[in-house]
Design a binder for this molecule. Structure first.
Ligand SMILES: N[C@@H](CCC(=O)N[C@@H](CS)C(=O)NCC(=O)O)C(=O)O
Length: 379
């Protein structure tokens, strides 16, 4: 370990009392050596005047660190179509990238104050544990092991996904194919993911014998799939849709199946465990985008809306009864999120509609429209 890395780690031990352990060398995030909580972080900074106005910001929270640094280090994939894609000029586009920007707008007042860190699936949790990134917005599935033994905490689900498979129509696959139909196939996927475990388990249950090839990056998976080195590729359904839209060659027809995914993949922000002030800042950034979406507030009408807003919208705008200051944010933190980045619906539509992913009729519709996107009340 070099000196600056050592000092960074030491500082982290001292400030947040978390002992970090690197991921296991088997490159599987789910089996990674856990971060062990050595001591609970100090909580309440000052005795409250009334129970209604408790000062909740923890001393030693990552929130202070990020605000002092003035930049958010946000872990992304960089090659997940429509979620986080590093462009030729170094900028990063996609819905995950926009959630990074939203957190920067809330915490720093500037959606541009993001340092994007591209991480492979097997690198991502170590990057959080060593403090290289403050938060992951990296198509990461919330699972029991990651939430417990791996040492992560998870924010609100920003995209309800599920694992599917993709194969060539010329090989006899169709939209009604099942996992049992994969018998005898070579299946390619990414290491360090829920994906590789789900498919192994599903194939076993379906009585299909498959050969699983694991790759570090998705680009390698699709190069191999296109060249015929594997019959099937499998990952989160959204990623299959994105790759099909972008990469299906003119002489191949790809089909995604089964219609009902083989797993639940709730994707959302992930950060180190036991830092409530940081968790609140990240989580309420997302919740503010969901609530504003429910009210039809967008980046285009936020200023006019805030000028006359009442009740919940007024509170989120930073007006009467606002709750942001007590969280260690500026009163207008969430107004900046909507103004600079947009509401949940805006960022979803902007990034995912172009590859053919729509909220209507999906789990990602708002709860009033039969979906699962829902926020606790801002009061
Ligand atoms: N959601 C799953 C899968 C995440 C994952 O890494 N998926 C691949 C396929 S979409 C990926 O992000 N690849 C992009 C890359 O190579 O950086 C998990 O959390 O384990």
């Amino acid at each position: 370990m070099n000196k600056s890395k050592f000092l960074k780690l030491l500082a982290m031990f001292l400030t947040i009392g978390v002992v970090a352990a690197a991921c296991g060398s088997d490159s599987d995030g789910d089996d990674a050596a856990p971060a062990t909580t050595a001591a609970a972080p100090a909580t309440t900074a000052a005795a409250p005047a009334t129970t209604a106005e408790v000062e909740v910001v923890q001393s030693g929270s990552l929130l202070d660190t990020v605000q002092a640094r003035g930049t958010l280090n946000c872990g992304v994939s960089g090659s997940a179509v429509a979620f986080s894609e590093t462009q030729a000029d170094g900028s990063v586009t996609g819905i995950d990238a926009d959630f990074c920007r939203a957190v920067a707008a809330a915490v720093l007042g500037d959606a541009g104050a993001v340092n994007f860190v591209a991480l492979t699936a097997s690198e991502r949790f170590t990057a959080v544990q060593t403090g290289d990134v403050d938060v992951l917005m990296r198509n990461t599935t919330w699972t029991q092991s990651r939430d417990s033994s791996v040492g992560m905490d998870f924010g609100p689900t920003t995209y309800y996904d599920g694992q599917q498979l993709m194969a060539r129509v010329s090989d006899g696959f169709s939209g009604s194919s099942t996992v049992a139909d994969t018998d005898g196939s070579v299946v390619c996927t990414n290491v360090g993911t829920t994906t590789e475990k789900n498919i192994a388990e599903a194939a076993l249950l379906a009585g299909a014998e498959i050969t699983l090839l694991g790759f570090e990056t998705s680009d390698e998976v699709y190069e191999t799939f296109i060249a015929g080195g594997c019959d099937i590729t499998t990952t989160d359904g959204s990623a299959l849709v994105g790759r099909k839209a972008k990469q299906q060659p003119a002489d191949q027809e790809w089909v995604i199946f089964p219609a009902t995914p083989i797993s639940k993949e709730p994707l959302g922000p992930t950060y180190g465990q036991n830092d409530s002030a940081w968790a609140d800042a990240v989580n309420w950034t997302v919740y503010s985008m969901i609530i504003m979406d429910e009210y039809g507030v967008t980046s285009a009408n936020i200023d006019a809306t805030c000028a006359t807003a009442e009740a919940e919208v007024a509170r989120l705008c930073g007006g009467d009864g606002e709750l942001q200051t007590a969280m260690g944010l500026s009163a207008d933190a969430f107004r900046q999120v909507i103004k600079q980045v947009g509401s949940y619906g805006e960022v979803y539509d902007r990034n995912l509609n172009p590859v053919g992913l729509y909220r209507d009729g999906s789990a990602n519709a708002g709860w009033l429209d039969g979906g699962l996107i829902y926020s606790p009340p801002a009061r």
